[in-house]
Write a protein that binds this ligand. Sequence first.
Ligand SMILES: O=C(O)CCC(=O)C(=O)O
Ligand SMILES: [Fe+2]
Length: 358
Amino acid sequence: MYGEAQISGSSDRTAFRRAEKKYKLFKTSLGRRKSVKPVDLSEVFDFRAILESYNRDGGTPDGIVRHRCGFDLPVFGFEDRPGFYFIPGALSVEEQCHWIKESLLNFPQPPNRTNHTAIYGPIHQLFIEAQKKRVLIEADSLDVDVDSTDFDSINANANAPKWQFCEEGCEVPKAGSCRSISACSLLRKLRWSTLGLQFDWSKRNYDVSLPHNKFPESLHQLAKRMAVPAMSEKEEFRPEAAIVNYFGSGDMLGGHLDDMEADWSKPIVSMSLGCKAIFLLGGNSKEDFPVAMFLRSGDIVLMAGQARECFHGVPRIFTDEENAEISPLVSQLSRQDDLCFLDYIRTSRININIRQVF
Ligand SMILES: O=C(O)CCC(=O)C(=O)O
Ligand SMILES: [Fe+2]
């Protein structure tokens, strides 16, 4: 579900796939010059423009409703898609920066799992190691210097490949006996991390036996506050898990359903950070033609009830200066200490989606 979808040739059978193909990034190269195929964005809903026009005259375009839910910001949706809520500009630029930093520094920290965990084991301080230009090295188990009296560590090390960060250009134990990968390329290849209850992708289910931290308190409070438009008055949203998705240029999230949580009446609270994206919201079948909309940094989407049964995905992010629309982040992250975050987010998008599991 969370891999990069293969969208080519024979795979454009369904309406959803055709929409993905319409919006995905196509690079063509003419000799040495690379160019990006222009894409027709005329049918993409723009909730920021809808908000601006609503603020001017109180109206909404055909098919768009403003939910009357006593929330302190305008919340929009589609007339024919109950359970879908769009809160444009829900997060201030300060809040966006805070969650970008958390997503890079803390959320990928063990025991939280990432797409790298299955291959390399737990990786600590990936973002910091990438700034230091360090390299992750797999020491051949025979080369590992184990104190011969320490039987526990001998047993623990017997089969486990040991990956450790070293300085760039550090001396490798024995030629050919170890593999290595730079922290920078691991950071570039970071696709997801999981918070709170851990999701086991091989079983496509939550595995409560996996070690995990308590769901972060401040994210819990934010999600509870943002979930209000999709909740009945008597109920409370209980955030128990989150998936953090990291997108670089050309990355996409193929059409899928999030169906592993027990109670679909509870919303998924999904926040966008960094570069602008296109989000597709389809129907119960991939044969249903999806609506497309822009997701910008600071937007929050809620999917609850019937909307949870709808295929959705992200076929495109925009990483060029003109279309990424991240100038408030660029100003906010211009201090020397923050340039490393700016460097990442200039060409990336982060999505944090928060779920009640039980
Ligand atoms: O990136 C997004 O906006 C959507 C993410 C999503 O649908 C998911 O992780 O299930
Ligand atoms: Fe999803």
